[in-house]
Design a protein around this ligand. Structure first.
Ligand SMILES: Nc1nc2c(ncn2[C@@H]2O[C@H](COP(=O)(O)OP(=O)(O)O)[C@@H](O)[C@H]2O)c(=O)[nH]1
Ligand SMILES: [Mg+2]
Length: 373
C-alpha cells in the first residue's frame, strides 16, 4: 500500500531527475513511495525525462502544468495529487539529502509530530557545501524576521524540505496563499491548530546540475509572503508590486524630464528650436526611460519567477511591454476624460484614469509579456 509521496517541483532540472530517482530508491527501502515531479513545462524537457523514467518505474509520476509558474503552487498541487497518506516536499536539484526521509517519515507516523522538516540552521546542520555565504546570511535574516512576525519558533522556517500528513495539508489547502517560495512557513502560519514540529539537521548541499531560479533575495521574498498574508486578498500581491513600481516610474519620469529640459534649454536660446519641440523630446525620452525602468524592475521583482533572460527575450518583452503601456495610456486618458465630461474635478478624474490604466497594464502585461497569451 502506498505510504509516502515525495513532491519535487521542477523547472529546468532534466539532468537531476534520474540521479534523484536513484537516490530516493536507495533512501526509501522498506517504504512504499511514489515521486511526483511537478514541472512547469520546462523548456529543457524535464517532464519528458521524468515520463521516460516513469514508463519503467510506475513510482515516478509527472504533473505537468502548462502556462503557469511558481514553486509554492507546484508544491501544493503536487501534494493534492496523491493518494498517499503522507507527503514530503523537496527540491529536485540535490540540495536536499533524501537520506533524511525515513527519519522524517517515522516522526510523522509516530503520531508525536504533525510536521517533520529539514533545517539548514539546526544544531548539527551545515550550509558550508552550499558555497553561497551571501544567501546563508540573507536566509538567516529572513528567518529572524519570520520568527518575530509569525511567532513560529523554528530554526529555519524558510526551509523547502518537509513532510506532513496529507490530510493536515488538505484541510487548509484552500487557505494557503501559494505565492512565493516559502510554502512551509505558509502552512505553519495558516493552519489554526498549533502543529507539532520535529526538526532534522540538514547538510545543505550545492546544487548538482543547472542553475537556481530563486535568486531574488530571500528577504524580499519573505516580505512579499508577509504582505500576501496581510493584504493580499484585498489588493493582489503582484498588482501591489506592479503599482509600487509604477509609482517609482513616475519619479524617474519626472527626473529625466527635468534634466532633459534643462539640457535642451540652452539649445532653445541659440537655435530655432521651439519650446514645444523641446518639451516633446524631453517628454518622449522621459517616457521611454521610465517605461524601461518599470519593465526591468517588474521583470526582476514582480515576475522574478517568470523572469525573462537573455538579450532577445528581454528585447521582445520590452517591446510587448511598450505596446501594453501605450494601450494603458489610452485607457488612462479615456477614463479620465470621460469623468471630466461627467463633471468631475481634474484631479480625481486623473487618479481614476491612472488606476484604470494601471489595472489595464497589469492585466495585459501579466498575460502578454510574462505569461502565455
Ligand atoms: N514547478 C516549479 N518548480 C520550480 C519553480 N521555481 C523553482 N522550482 C524548483 O524548486 C526547487 C528549488 O529551486 P531552486 O532554483 O533550486 O532555488 P534555490 O535552491 O533557493 O536556489 C528546484 O527543484 C526548482 O527546479 C517554478 O516556478 N515551478
Ligand atoms: Mg536549489
Amino acid at each position: 500500500m502506498l505510504q509516502l509521496a515525495v513532491i519535487l517541483p521542477t523547472f529546468n532540472e532534466r539532468k537531476n531527475i534520474a540521479p534523484m530517482v536513484e537516490r530516493l530508491d536507495a533512501a526509501l527501502q522498506g517504504i512504499a513511495w511514489e515521486a511526483i515531479f511537478v514541472d512547469d513545462n520546462s523548456p529543457d524537457g524535464t517532464a519528458e525525462e521524468a515520463r521516460r523514467i516513469g514508463r519503467d518505474d510506475p513510482r515516478v509520476r509527472v504533473l505537468e502544468r502548462i502556462g503557469r509558474r511558481g514553486l509554492a503552487s507546484a508544491a501544493i498541487e503536487g501534494m493534492c495529487a496523491t493518494a498517499a497518506p503522507v507527503v514530503a516536499v523537496m527540491d529536485a536539484d540535490h540540495q536536499h539529502d533524501p537520506a533524511l526521509l525515513p527519519g522524517m517519515y517515522e516522526a510523522v507516523m509516530s503520531g508525536d509530530y504533525d510536521v517533520a522538516y529539514a533545517s539548514r540552521f539546526a544544531e548539527g546542520a551545515s550550509t558550508e557545501a552550499w558555497g553561497r555565504p551571501d544567501r546563508v546570511k540573507a536566509s538567516g535574516l529572513a528567518n529572524r524576521i519570520a520568527r518575530r512576525v509569525t511567532g513560529v519558533q523554528l530554526s529555519d522556517p524558510m526551509s523547502g524540505y518537509f513532510m506532513l500528513r496529507a490530510e493536515t495539508l488538505r484541510a487548509d489547502a484552500h487557505r494557503l496563499s501559494g505565492v512565493g517560495f516559502k510554502i512551509l512557513l505558509d502552512i505553519l502560519a495558516t493552519v489554526d491548530a498549533p502543529l507539532r514540529v520535529k526538526e532534522f539537521p540538514l547538510n545543505f548541499a550545492a546544487r548538482a546540475e543547472g542553475e537556481s531560479k530563486l535568486d531574488r533575495t530571500v528577504v524580499f521574498e519573505f516580505l512579499i509572503g508577509l504582505y500576501d498574508k496581510w493584504l493580499g486578498r484585498i489588493i493582489p500581491t503582484r498588482f501591489a508590486l506592479f503599482g509600487t513600481i509604477g509609482g517609482l516610474g513616475v519619479i524617474v519620469h519626472m527626473a529625466v524630464l527635468a534634466s532633459v529640459l534643462s539640457a535642451l534649454g540652452q539649445e532653445v536660446l541659440y537655435s530655432n528650436w521651439s519650446a514645444q519641440t523641446e518639451f516633446i523630446i524631453a517628454q518622449t525620452s522621459a517616457a521611454v526611460v521610465a517605461m524601461s525602468f518599470n519593465f526591468m524592475l517588474n521583470n526582476e521583482l514582480t515576475y522574478a519567477d517568470k523572469r525573462l533572460r537573455g538579450f532577445v527575450p528581454l528585447l521582445r518583452g520590452w517591446a510587448k511591454f511598450a505596446m501594453t503601456c501605450s494601450v494603458g495610456l489610452l485607457a488612462n486618458v479615456g477614463a479620465g476624460a470621460a469623468l471630466m465630461r461627467m463633471g468631475f474635478h481634474a484631479y480625481p478624474a486623473a487618479i481614476v484614469g491612472i488606476v484604470v490604466g494601471s489595472v489595464w497594464n497589469f492585466a495585459l502585461s501579466s498575460k502578454f509579456v510574462w505569461g502565455k497569451y
